[in-house]
Design a protein. Structure first.
Length: 375
């Protein structure tokens, strides 16, 4: 959809009697506009797109900013959405040269409310979906900040009758100066996970750990997360694609390559940040952005296939590039293969310098499974 100085890509998964889902990617079209003008154009386009999705409400939004320190306060002052959906603001500059882009995840047929401690509840039937975004603290270093983020989040879930191991489906860690600070994130996550019975013998959580920062320069780590109360253990499955990827614990980190959750009427798929890697944990095609992109997409496709899905069921894509000079090449490859898929390209270094590109995605597929309640 085209609007004044902005465009919106839309994915729709509509259910006649159940919950409908939508992903919107909103892009500004004119990089020459001032930041204020770009925000106006983006928000106006988002509001106009909502008119075509009557009754849909946002459950999670992520704004991608080019300069969080100077842009965050202005954005928050121009919106009243900080309490009506979970909100994530991260400095990951859009690679089309603009100052801001937006991914919005919406649903129709749900009840929503903010909870304390930054959690936002989306409920329908027996399920309570708990989203949170932009969580930071000012502990001494990335290790301590990550440890505190996870401990606080675990306590917040417990207050809602949830456990990190049983109910958390997805996390995101945005790491300032990732080449230096990611080791602290890994150490803290590994150690906290052990205390929560998240090990190589049980399971981990789908995740993205990527370069990014908040408006606060002393916040080295920002965390977003998603959990569901009401799910049973049999509803959650983990993706491995062993022909293409190795278990992450083999190189010292603790996350799942992907996760899918089965409901009575659908399967939701969450693919973690995925790069050009083989099943020995080695970087494939060092220095070659085209070949790394192809291998990365092949890896994602293998994970989706394990969930009995294809790229057709994917609702949104976030593509992270270390080097802004690779944008034109990568965008052309995506535009050829996924011309209408909601997607955004941002500047965000991957956790290992040799990886030039990483992507994540979410998907949904209609199912008819009498073993579980519908979403």
């Amino acid at each position: 959809m085209k609007f004044d100085n902005a465009s919106v890509e839309v994915f729709e998964f509509e259910m006649g009697q159940g919950v409908s889902e939508y992903h919107l990617m909103v892009h500004v079209c004119d990089p020459a506009l001032t930041y204020q003008q770009q925000v106006d154009a983006l928000l106006n386009a988002y509001d106009a797109a909502l008119q075509h999705l009557s009754g849909a409400v946002a459950v999670f939004k992520r704004y991608f900013l080019s300069d969080a320190a100077n842009q965050t306060d202005t954005l928050l002052a121009m919106t009243t959405e900080g309490t009506d959906c979970a909100l994530s603001l991260v400095q990951q500059p859009p690679l089309d040269g603009t100052k801001i882009a937006l991914w919005a995840y919406l649903m129709k047929g749900v009840q929503t409310q903010p909870l304390k401690d930054g959690l936002y509840e989306v409920s329908h039937g027996p399920y309570r979906h708990l989203w949170t975004g932009s969580n930071t603290n000012l502990a001494a270093n990335s290790e301590y900040q990550t440890r505190l983020l996870l401990n606080d989040y675990t306590m917040n879930l417990m207050e809602q009758g949830c456990k990190l191991a049983d109910n958390c489906i997805r996390t995101w860690f945005f790491v300032q100066n990732i080449d230096n600070n990611y080791a602290g994130v890994v150490k803290a996550r590994n150690e906290v996970f052990v205390t929560q019975n998240l090990t190589s013998e049980t399971h981990f959580i789908a995740s993205t750990g990527i370069g990014g920062r908040s408006a606060e320069p002393k916040a080295f780590v920002q965390m977003d997360a998603y959990a569901v109360r009401g799910i049973k253990s049999g509803q959650v499955h983990y993706l491995y694609a062993p022909t293409h990827l190795n278990p992450t614990y083999e190189y010292g980190v603790s996350f799942e390559r992907g996760t899918y959750v089965d409901y009575g009427d659908r399967r939701q798929v969450f693919i973690s940040g995925t790069a050009s890697i083989n099943n020995k944990g080695e970087i494939m095609y060092e220095g070659d952005i085209r070949q790394q992109t192809k291998r990365m997409l092949e890896n994602v496709e293998a994970l989706l296939k394990e969930a009995d899905c294809t790229f057709e069921e994917v609702g949104q894509m976030i593509v992270y590039l270390r080097d802004i000079a690779d944008y034109a090449v990568v965008k052309a490859m995506y535009d050829e293969r996924f011309p209408s898929k909601p997607k955004v390209f941002v500047n965000a270094p991957v956790c290992r310098p040799g990886w030039l590109i990483e992507m994540e995605c979410m998907g949904v597929k209609a199912m008819n499974n009498n073993a579980y309640e519908s979403l």
